[in-house]
Design a protein around this ligand. Structure first.
Ligand code: BYC
Length: 329
């Protein structure tokens, strides 16, 4: 349904000949593989696209703490609890690097928070699904961090310097997250019948939402053509989704779990798995705020922001005092 309504940016993409000299020089730098740094000239559309993508990414990291945070007090062992706590802290750190990268483009972090809390900013659809059992923590690490890293490896080579450098560190941590999730799933899958059923149930619920994380199909992706031209995105939504399916199906087989897709089949000719249709109506419904947990997630973020107000105010008062002392001295 959405596919028929979407307007993509393909017709906005200009050839080098159609560009003004300054824009042509910029595009030539991009084509030569140079990184663009904060104070350098850039087209307004490039800056806006980066602010949009980096801030959505930062919000996703921050909101992404909530489904897993739900299990910190209920992790089955002290070791699992310590690992989960560290993982959730990593996600907070990723949010901070990304907000810093966005700030280099002339936006303030306060404005970005305000947009998120007012419900005007997007964050990844995946974090609007509930974590019902411990196996969901395994499924998030394995599938959600697995999909995230599949997308983020190419972002290490994105054309904007601060974003690219933030992604290098983030990818290192995400790859650890993916492995710890897969390890949780493999332990459950080789446990009792009940544990195996729990792991299978988590895979059944998280599989399709994980495929949606990569965004709409290329033909319906509003921003892809420009983002690929500017080398903000280096690989397309569909290419990355296919690579994720190819890798993950084999991992599921290794631990004896079944991917919940009756149409999944190895295609010898393509050298890839064919997979069934994604429910894009479900995706857009979640993106528009009507997923199972959208309202809970925003409520939790608003409360956390309110509860942290005194800390921000105390830090600002301390900084002001220190600055006043420095001026007086
Ligand atoms: N959910 O033209 P398209 C993590 C929106 S967090 C919601 O293809 P683009 C982690 C899209 O924003 C992982 N919205 O867009 C944290 C656009 O809307 P606007 C998050 C989505 O930007 C904690 C519209 O649909 N990763 O790692 O070219 C625990 C059209 O789409 C989604 C990132 O953010 C979605 N899934 O491509 C565990 C990576 N997909 O802006 C893990 C950085 C699309 O026009 N972002 N939309 O209103 C990207 O790589 C790209 O932004 C995307 C979308 C591939 C996601």
């Amino acid at each position: 349904m959405y596919a028929q309504m979407v307007k993509t940016d393909a017709d906005r993409v200009k050839s080098l000949d159609e560009m003004e000299p300054v824009e042509r020089a910029f595009q030539q730098r991009i084509d030569a593989g140079e990184k663009i740094e904060p104070k350098e000239w850039m087209p307004e559309g490039y800056r806006k696209t980066l602010v949009r993508q980096i801030s959505q990414h930062a919000h996703s990291e921050v909101v992404g703490q909530l489904p897993e945070g739900n299990w910190i007090t209920r992790a089955p062992t002290l070791e699992r609890k310590a690992i989960l706590l560290a993982k959730v802290q990593d996600e907070a750190g990723h949010g901070l690097y990304l907000y810093c990268a966005a700030e280099t483009l002339g936006v303030s972090r306060d404005d970005l928070y305000e947009q998120l809390l007012a419900g005007r900013a997007k964050y990844s659809s995946i974090f609007n699904y509930p974590t019902l059992t411990w196996a969901d923590i395994g499924a998030i690490g394995w599938l959600v961090d697995g999909a995230a890293i599949m997308n983020q490896v190419q972002l290490q080579k994105t054309s904007y310097g601060p974003y690219s450098r933030a992604m290098i560190r983030i990818c290192k941590e995400e790859s650890f997250h993916q492995r710890q999730g897969y390890e949780i799933m493999s332990v459950l899958a080789s446990g009792t019948e009940e544990q195996k059923a729990m792991a299978q149930d988590a895979l059944d619920r998280w599989w399709w939402p994980s495929l949606m994380m990569f965004g709409p199909n290329d033909a319906d992706s509003a921003h892809s053509a420009e983002s690929m031209k500017w080398k903000i995105k280096r690989e397309s939504n569909d290419e990355l989704r296919q690579r994720f399916v190819d890798r993950t199906v084999q991992q599921a087989e290794t631990i004896g779990l079944t991917v919940p897709d009756p149409d999944l089949k190895w295609n010898e000719e393509r050298g890839h798995y064919d997979f069934g249709p994604i429910d894009w109506d479900e995706f857009w419904n979640v993106v528009k705020g009507n997923g199972p947990c959208n309202r809970d997630r925003m409520k939790a973020r608003r409360e956390a922001h309110e509860n942290g107000r005194w800390v921000r105010e105390a830090a600002a008062a301390h900084a002001a005092k220190k600055a006043a002392r420095k001026t007086a001295a």
